[in-house]
Design a protein around this ligand. Structure first.
Ligand code: SF4
Ligand code: SF4
Ligand code: SF4
Ligand code: FES
Length: 626
């Protein structure tokens, strides 16, 4: 008999294997056992999904109940006596596995999941060496027209995890169980080829090899080395494992236990790794002469670059040189780039794509709030009274944050309000969706603040409402296109829900009045005791600005036209930095106008990333040195 364990935080006491255990009401037997380090084998259960109850492998004995009971779906009851291990249970679990295996081909040697298959593990655990059930064989040909995803129905154990994750967490609702009994299979909702987000979440939770990403036979699970890393495709920063065989990435896999993303990844994070090992990647310096490029040594390439930049600086001055750097580079690289160009060449036209599009935002946030960091972190998602998605297409802009929002909506009943200029879609449906006219954002938020104070009785203790503009309510209704009823209902609901988390999206990020809108929205959050979270576009938009990769600021947001800062950095970097004038202006136009003679591109291709790539391309082709 195990030692008695007592947990004092709950209000239901039960016995598991003779140990007295106290857990919160509503806890399932499986959770109660797991919280007290008692293992119950499972197959279909996945912590982040609502219990499914399809495999029966987790069954336990309950005193007074004739048959084994599924522990993953059964809540604890006061005084319950549970047994998790017995000869009868071992036999029952073995029979459940035999039952699942009745129509399962023994394809393990060629299955992608071999070595990490939950069915294989349970088969081994319960010594399933024979078969007591027989059935008619059903042929289920593999489905190969689902894009990057393959489905082999003959390997499917109908655990339903894929259907659940697609609905509950991804919000895509793309999969269903089609048919029943032996004929049951996973299918798309309309039976047509899969047309979905292609996030691969279904593949990642499939406990067997039924859903796979078509990398069959490229690697066995025991042949790969796994390295924990962070996705650099966007600003969320999801953690994942990179699986490498023979120096090539064969799979990106998620892990529910690492990082902020709880094992969720979007399509870019999970499948967007081929670019890392593309044959088109340049691996050595190359120099262009006329229309041909030839391989160069680092020494000759660097000498050429430095020589040409010196020459251009001598002839036209440092303001004729500009740098456009990627926001995916590390803080160390960003710091070094601005230092080399400021201290080495006296160059201050240091740009990133976001700053070129909205020059005021990053610097403005610091000026306004005294801190450059995002205003709220992801842990606020679990504390929020409601979510207000403002100017933000949550499901598409940041799919993994949308995953977290869905879980909070499911588990905590948190309400979502979508306020956007466009009609965006989110599943499950928001509590309210409000569309406004572009340009009315700040006034709309100011009017909402006033409604909250004047009509909903929210006390303006911090002066948030009084400092957020004062456009007339009637005018705001006219210009924003939002009806009085919607405005009042929205105010009443968000006042009742408690401290909101406001997601500020790309629509606002790219807005010419972004700073005013961000300020109004943080005031709205402040009035209701909540927080605001500003979505960033690239993985290190924040860090590149922190490090001074901007024409306005030195590292730490110290203004470049501050004479003290110039002398501080001259001394620190051992160089005579000339007085720098802040401000960037339209760099592409300046190249076309011949003001900029040399452009240094660092890990960035403005032709691809700018909306008018052709104009950028023309402009760059006119620059004497790129
Ligand atoms: S790839 Fe993602 S969206 Fe598509 S079916 Fe699987 S879970 Fe659903
Ligand atoms: S495809 Fe995989 S996850 Fe989906 S029901 Fe079949 S075995 Fe379960
Ligand atoms: S949400 Fe962003 S960080 Fe996460 S997997 Fe997708 S691209 Fe990568
Ligand atoms: S793990 Fe409980 S029924 Fe499958």
């Amino acid at each position: 008999m195990t030692e008695t364990t007592t947990v004092s935080t709950g209000n239901v006491t039960l016995n598991i294997n003779g140990s007295s255990i106290e857990v919160s009401k509503g806890t399932t037997i499986l959770e109660a056992a797991s919280q007290n380090d008692i293992r119950i084998p499972t197959l279909c259960y996945l912590k982040k999904l609502l219990p499914i109850g399809s495999c029966r492998v987790c069954s336990v004995e309950i005193e007074g109940v004739d048959k084994p009971v599924m522990s993953c779906v059964t809540p604890v009851v006061e005084g319950m006596n549970v047994t998790t291990e017995s000869d009868a249970l071992s036999l029952f679990r073995k029979q459940m596995i035999q039952f699942i295996l009745v129509n399962h081909p023994v394809d393990c040697p060629v299955c992608e999941r071999s070595g990490e298959c939950k069915l294989q593990n349970r088969t081994y655990e319960f010594s399933v060496t024979d078969q007591m059930f027989f059935t008619t064989e059903y042929e289920k040909p593999p489905v190969k027209d689902w894009g990057v995803i393959r489905y082999d129905g003959s390997l499917c154990i109908m655990c339903e995890r894929c259907v659940k994750i697609c609905r509950e967490i991804q919000g895509a609702n793309a999969l269903v169980i089609d048919g029943s009994g032996n004929e049951a299979k996973i299918n798309t909702v309309d039976g047509d080829p899969l047309d979905c987000d292609f996030c691969g979440q279904c593949v990642s939770v499939c406990p067997v090899g039924a859903l796979n990403s078509g990398i069959v036979l490229s690697a066995r699970s025991w042949e790969v080395t796994r390295t924990e890393s962070v996705c650099a495709h966007c600003a969320v920063g999801c953690s994942y494992n990179v699986e490498v065989k023979s120096n090539r990435i064969v799979r990106i896999n998620s892990n529910d236990d690492i990082g902020i993303n709880n094992g969720n990844l979007c399509a870019r994070g999970r499948f967007g790794f081929e670019a890392f090992q593309s044959n088109n990647r340049i691996e050595t310096p190359m120099m262009r002469e006329g229309n041909t490029r030839h391989i160069a040594t680092w020494d000759s390439a660097l000498n050429e670059v430095v020589g040409r930049l010196e020459e251009i600086k001598e002839k036209y001055g440092p303001e004729s040189i500009a740098v456009i750097a990627s926001e995916k580079i590390t803080n160390e690289d960003a710091y070094m780039i601005q230092k080399v160009f400021r201290a080495g060449f006296g160059v201050n036209r240091l740009e990133t794509l976001s700053n070129m599009r909205v020059p005021v935002l990053n610097s403005g946030i610091f000026d306004e709030f005294g801190s450059s960091t995002p205003i709220a972190g992801y842990d606020e998602i679990w504390k929020a009274g409601s979510f207000i998605s403002f100017g933000c297409d949550g499901a598409n802009e940041n799919p993994v944050i949308a995953n977290m929002v869905r879980v909070a909506m499911r588990d905590k009943g948190t309400n979502l309000y979508v306020i956007n200029v466009r009609d965006t879609e989110f599943f499950p449906a928001p509590r309210m969706q409000v569309q406004y006219n572009y340009g009315s954002e700040s006034a709309l938020v100011a009017a909402l603040l006033r409604k909250l104070v004047d009509k909903c009785g929210v006390a303006d203790k911090g002066g948030f409402a009084s400092s957020t503009g004062s456009a007339s309510f009637v005018d705001v209704i006219k210009t924003s296109g939002v009806s009085i009823d919607d405005m009042e209902e929205l105010a009443e609901r968000i006042a009742k829900d408690g401290p909101p988390l406001i997601f500020i999206g790309k629509e606002i990020h790219d807005h010419p009045a972004s700073i005013d809108i961000v300020k109004a929205l943080t005031n709205l959050a402040g009035l209701l005791g909540g927080k605001a979270l500003l979505y960033r576009e690239y993985s290190n938009s924040q860090g590149t600005n922190d490090m001074g990769l901007s024409p306005v600021n030195f590292p730490g947001y110290i203004k470049v036209d501050n004479a003290q800062a110039v002398s501080h950095y001259s001394e620190k970097w051992g160089a005579d930095i000339p007085a720098l004038s802040s401000g960037g202006g339209d760099i592409i136009k300046d190249i076309s106008d011949g003001k900029i003679k040399a452009v240094v591109l660092v890990g960035v291709d403005p032709q691809v990333h700018f909306p008018d790539g052709e104009a950028v391309s023309r402009s760059l082709s006119e620059a004497p040195f790129v």
